[in-house]
Design a protein around this ligand. Structure first.
Ligand code: ARG
Length: 479
């Protein structure tokens, strides 16, 4: 479509004067103007202009379908497509003037189209309503966001796997109740997050699959009397099929709720890792050093290295969870079909999905840069009698003591060691034999941290051999 013929049709068309605002598009039966406060509460263009690209894509698909079905003339269709190209360019260049008097992104683009190409622009809205238009735009936006987050999460898994490989045999204390429990390998601990991120990706991709039906053609709520081809518009926009029910199409935002639910769970996973990074990087733990790139100093305390990125990831999980609540609460009392309440759907979704993407990327950076202090981790791995379970397991395995009894015997030995301020391996053989006479010197071999982790070879266990096998499988499953 040449600019020249655009200009010609623009000259013959009557564009809405900007001052008429949206009323020029829908207000023929109105005589009064909006209240001042209405002009503040009603418009959404300040935030829904983020749907511009999706709105233009939807309009192109709708226009081509209208032409193919003979509902509008090809010449009008060409003018519309040319006008949409120009609008797309104007938006890209930052030259497009979004006008709050035109309420939302849909009316802004439509008004500009008519200003550019004249009467042909007024035909685009045939067999369409803003209700199916916004439902379509929003699905397209959420779908794009899900795809972005999926690639963010994949990069996060890659960073975790690289560190897990480096630290497949690095020992550290494993905790329950944040009390030393049993020694584990650092690689194994990091692989736990690879699994969480994998399920997060699964939840997003489930949501995407159900989302991927096209509401366009539902019109206001009842469908349309025009001979539209909904399969064609669905296909043009990359949807699997048109939605089945026109009322459902314009009423529900469960696709956004599902994305927010996936985002909430993901944010909680990131927050737990962030919490661990905060704790691990304190001098008290000293397990890891976060890089300069993800920490800040203090203006008064010259020694400080604050884990700001981790704290922000932990903190931002709250607003992501809040967004899910906000949209659930917005929707819960709404009768079918569309109500203007639903204009409130966008800001929490934009914010939460942007935030999750940001948090995944910041966490990936922290993990990739993080330096583990292996000596420090090893020195703490055996603290707190972390190999006590290995002692009990030895009694079961070598002496055929029932586990409950072995637990009790080990407890007595731990008590003895505690009283003397010694590690289990530092006790005299005779002292242990006073509690269980059948104990032999061979017991000492299992009372090291290295022997403890190496012995845990069950599927999914912490032994370095298992960790290396798990890394190989994870790369096949996720990357
Ligand atoms: N800006 C509106 C929204 O985001 C678009 C749909 C308006 N539909 C209507 N019937 N007023 O929900």
């Amino acid at each position: 479509m040449s600019r020249k013929s655009n200009a010609k049709s623009a000259a013959s068309g009557a564009a809405a004067a900007p001052s008429d605002g949206a009323r020029a598009l829908w207000g023929a039966h109105f005589s009064g103007g909006p209240a001042e406060v209405m002009a503040l509460i009603n418009p959404s263009v300040a935030f829904d202009q983020r749907l511009s690209a999706q709105d233009i894509a939807g309009s192109r698909a709708h226009c081509r379908m209208l032409v193919a079905q003979g509902i509008i003339d090809r010449s009008d269709g060409d003018a519309i497509l040319g006008g949409l190209d120009q609008i797309e360019q104007e938006i890209e260049d930052g030259a497009f003037q979004f006008d709050p008097a035109l309420e939302d992104v849909h009316l802004n683009i439509e008004a500009r189209l008519t200003a550019l190409i004249g009467d042909a622009g007024k035909r685009l809205h045939t067999a369409r309503s803003r209700n199916d238009q916004v439902a379509t735009d929003f699905r397209l936006w959420v779908r794009d966001a899900i795809d972005r987050i999926d690639s963010d999460l994949k990069a996060f898994q890659e960073a975790l796997l690289a560190q897990a490989e480096t630290h497949a045999a690095t020992v550290m204390p494993g905790f329950t109740h944040l009390q030393p429990a049993q020694p584990v390998t650092f690689g194994h601990h990091l692989l736990a997050y690879v699994e969480m991120a994998g399920r997060d990706r699964g939840r997003f991709s489930d949501a995407r699959r159900r989302l991927n039906e096209c509401p366009l053609g539902a019109a206001a709520l009842a469908g349309t009397s025009f001979p539209i081809d909904r399969a064609a518009t669905a296909e043009a926009l990359g949807f699997d099929a048109p939605t089945a029910n026109s009322i459902d199409s314009v009423s529900d935002r469960d696709f956004a709720l599902e994305a927010l639910a996936a985002a909430g769970v993901c944010a909680v996973h990131l927050s737990r890792l962030a919490e661990e990074l905060v704790v691990w990087s304190t001098p008290g733990f000293g397990f890891v050093k976060l890089s300069d790139a993800f920490t800040t100093g203090s203006s008064i305390m010259p020694q400080k290295r604050n884990p700001d990125a981790a704290e922000l990831v932990r903190g931002k999980s709250g607003r992501v969870i809040g967004a899910l609540n906000a949209l659930l609460l917005t929707l819960k009392g709404l009768p079918l079909a569309y109500s203007k309440d639903m204009q409130e759907d966008k800001e929490p979704v934009f914010d939460a999905l942007d935030t999750v993407s940001l948090c995944v990327r910041a966490t990936t950076g922290m993990i990739a840069d993080m330096q583990a202090d292996q000596a420090r981790m090893a020195s703490m791995a055996g603290a707190g009698y972390a190999v006590a379970t290995d002692l009990a397991d030895w009694l079961v395995r070598e002496l055929n003591v029932p586990f409950r009894e072995a637990h009790n015997v080990t407890g007595q030995i731990v008590k003895l060691a505690e009283g003397k301020g010694l590690e289990l391996s530092e006790l005299e053989l005779g002292e242990m034999q006073a509690i269980e006479p059948r104990i032999t010197g061979a017991l000492r071999d299992v009372l090291t941290v290295e022997a403890s982790v190496a012995s845990r070879t069950s599927h999914g266990g912490t032994a370095p051999s298992q960790v290396r096998a798990a890394i190989t499988r994870a790369r096949e499953r996720f990357l």
